[in-house]
Design a protein. Sequence first.
Length: 134
Amino acid sequence: MIARTLPVIDRDNEAYWTWGRDGKLAIHRCGDCDYFVHPPVPFCPRCEGRNVAPRAVSGRGRVVTFTVNHKAWVPGLRVPYILALVAIEEQDDVRLACNIVDCHAGEVTFGMAVEVLFEQAEDLWAPLFRPVQS
Ligand SMILES: [Zn+2]
């Protein structure tokens, strides 16, 4: 488990941080033009509509970029750990800032296929990604 600073939950981001309880990754989607919106806001930047709500996505994606952190910035933080931007497979410009786990720091690569898993922290479920299990 990674030491986490937990987010403040509001009406917009609640699904993203809690649907992991049921194993689902929630991303806001516009009901008028089907565009995914992240970070979650109740407004579609493509069609300017307000018919936006969380939907469960596949949980698969690819590593767009990453960095390996070797410094323990807070007590209890185990190093090294991998910070990444993951693009979801449904829409390439939806990019989630997250940790890559179940993967040695030297094994993560650009474009690596990954899948979501969740780590519970208090009453939240943080989305993390790991290499696709083949
Ligand atoms: Zn829209």
